[in-house]
Every structure is written in structure tokens, then in C-alpha cells.
Design a protein around this ligand. Structure first.
Ligand SMILES: [Fe+2]
Ligand SMILES: [Fe+2]
Length: 338
């Protein structure tokens, strides 16, 4: 298990470990700039760039590795020279083959292909000693009314995850829910639906990776989503970023919703949840190293703010549902900590 703490240093006195999805350091295309927002990079290039972020300890790696035919050993060598560990492996179960779904594809052969792909990704998790296989079923869902049999689709989602989890009891599988995109409506769309599914699967090694931005995008309060996932014993990982709430913009953490981000981390602290604080950002037009450094600087301010927060006074304010009293404590702690 990846430790939540590393050795404290001058730049990182608390020793909290920070992570990022390796795609943070790639370049992107979208449906308009089909020529991309930068020259293509290989996963090795991206790891070498990630290595220049001041306090990054771990990365989540897409698999198969992008930009070339790289072996685990080659990737490990790049990680080692940059002092980076691996927290998770994200099998690419959302690419063209899986346009109509991975777990829920109407073609049983493609469903089996998804299963085999993720099974191979499980071995990559073992190779790197990572914490989990990250399932992001971005194409599993539907677009139009009457397109699917909802009962059958949900059953396939749960059977797909359940089969992997039961065949690999030594590993954790985390489901990262999100309301939509690329599928117009994703099956695992919210914290509550994902928890219902996980409870139905009934295995100890399936949990949630809570993406702060996906919760915002879905109209949730991320702190409440975190509390619910923790109460069910299923909060296995997290990502932070920010957005304007009506899309998964994956902007720099803390830039738009600093108070809700602070409440999210307060909730983790209150529940003694310990783990890597991970970035899932897509700096389309920004320098990716500056975007990561800036987010981590803000996360350190969040941490100092949590140390400063008058928790007994906050608890007292919350007992009365005193919004203004609570907010004045929170604003004082956070805004004086940057
Ligand atoms: Fe994410
Ligand atoms: Fe996202």
C-alpha cells in the first residue's frame, strides 16, 4: 500500500504525499483542435516532466502505455530516475473498441475483451506494487431514451466489476464515477448509485475513487459524497481538480471552489482518512508543471488551514447549523494560510 506520508522536507513539511494522473503531463486533442494542443508525448516523456514537479510522489498510469510499445521495465526505469512511485493503473477501457461500452457492450465478445484487458492491467498493478486497478467506465451507459434495457445494462456493469474483483482478491478495484462524458449518461454516475452497485456486488475489494470535480459536476457536495463513501467503508482513493460545475473541466484544484475543497479535506481529516492527495487536472493551455505545482501549493495551504481551524468552535457552530458562524471560522483559517 502506498503510504500517505513521505519524509518531511523544506518544501513539504507535513510529509503529505501528492500524486497525479500521468495524463496531466501529456498533451490533448479535443473534437475541435483535432491537431492537438501540443506535440504528442510518450508516457516516458510525461514521466520525465512529472519528475520536475516539486513535491510529487506517485502517479496513476494509463495502460497500455501511450506513445510507444514500452515494457514495464522501461517505464519503471523512467519512474525510478524521477523518484516516482505508482498509485494506480488505469486500463483504457474507454477507447474506440469500447465505444458502445466495455462492461456493458452489446457484443459479449467485446465484453470479454474488456475483461481480458483489465485482467492484464491487474498484472501491471502487481508489477509496480500499486494500490489499485482504476476502473473508469466512461463509455458504459447510454445516450438516447429507449436505447438500452436499463436493468440489463446495470446488471452487466455489476457483473463485469464483480467478476474482476472475485478473480483478483489480492487487488483493490476502484470505480471512478462521473455523470457523463464521453457517454451522454454514464452507468456509474453518482456516489449513491455507485455505492448501491458496490453493496450489491458485496466484495471487500471494490471501492470508490472519488473525483472532487465529478462530484461537483454531478450536483453533489463533495464533502457529503466523501462522508457517505467513508460511512460505507468504500472510499479507496481520491482525485482533486476544479470546474465551473456544469462540465468536467479538470481545472487547477482550488481555483474556483476553494471553500468546498477545504470542506472535502476537513471531512477526510475528521474521519482519519489517510491516503495520497491526487491531482486529476487537464491543463490544455497551461504549462503542466506550473499547473501541478500551483495546485500542490494550494493543497499545502489547505493543510495549514486545517491545522489552524478552530475545530471545537466549528463543531459548536455546526450543532446549531450556524452557517455564518461556521463560515467565518473556515474563511479565517483558509484565507490566512496561503
Ligand atoms: Fe479523476
Ligand atoms: Fe474527470
Amino acid at each position: 500500500m502506498t503510504d500517505s506520508q513521505s519524509t518531511p522536507s523544506d518544501t513539504n513539511p507535513s510529509g503529505q504525499r501528492y500524486g497525479a494522473g500521468i495524463w496531466h503531463f501529456a498533451t490533448y486533442v479535443d473534437r475541435y483542435a483535432t491537431d492537438g494542443y501540443g506535440d504528442p508525448r510518450t508516457i516516458i516523456d510525461a514521466i520525465d516532466i512529472a519528475g520536475t514537479v516539486t513535491d510529487l510522489s506517485v502517479v496513476d498510469l494509463n495502460w497500455p502505455f501511450f506513445g510507444g510499445d514500452f515494457s514495464n521495465e522501461q517505464v519503471k526505469e523512467a519512474l525510478d530516475r524521477n523518484n516516482l512511485g505508482v498509485i494506480g493503473i488505469t486500463p483504457e477501457m474507454y477507447t474506440r473498441t469500447f465505444a458502445k461500452g466495455a462492461f456493458t457492450n452489446p457484443d459479449p465478445g467485446i465484453r470479454e475483451e474488456a475483461h481480458q484487458l483489465i485482467t492484464r492491467a491487474a498484472d501491471v498493478v502487481r508489477y509496480f506494487g500499486a494500490d489499485y486497478v482504476k476502473l473508469w467506465p466512461g463509455q458504459d451507459g447510454w445516450d438516447y431514451p429507449f436505447q438500452v434495457d436499463h436493468g440489463a445494462l446495470w446488471k452487466n456493469s455489476l457483473d463485469g466489476v464483480g467478476r474482476l474483483a472475485s478473480e483478483n482478491p489480492d487487488l483493490k478495484f476502484v470505480i471512478e464515477y462521473k455523470p457523463r462524458e464521453p457517454r451522454v449518461h454514464m452507468s456509474f454516475d453518482s456516489v449513491s448509485r455507485t455505492l448501491l452497485g458496490i453493496e450489491k456486488i458485496g466484495l471487500p475489494n471494490v471501492g470508490i475513487l472519488l473525483d472532487f470535480g465529478h462530484a461537483l459536476f454531478g450536483g453533489e457536495s463533495p464533502a457529503d459524497s466523501a462522508q457517505l463513501a467513508i460511512d460505507y467503508g468504500r472510499l479507496f482513493g481520491m482525485d482533486v481538480n476544479d470546474n465551473l460545475r456544469n462540465w468536467d473541466d479538470d481545472m487547477v484544484a482550488g481555483t474556483v471552489h476553494p471553500i468546498e475543497l477545504f470542506e472535502f479535506f476537513y471531512t477526510l481529516k475528521k474521519n482519519h482518512w489517510e491516503g495520497v492527495w491526487q491531482l486529476d487536472q487537464f491543463p490544455f493551455r497551461e504549462d503542466s508543471v506550473k499547473a501541478a505545482d500551483s495546485a500542490i501549493e494550494f493543497l499545502k495551504a489547505v493543510q495549514r488551514g486545517l491545522d489552524k481551524l478552530d475545530i471545537p468552535a466549528l463543531v459548536e457552530a455546526q450543532e446549531k447549523h450556524d452557517a455564518i458562524g461556521a463560515m467565518s471560522l473556515v474563511q479565517k483559517a483558509l484565507f490566512s494560510s496561503y
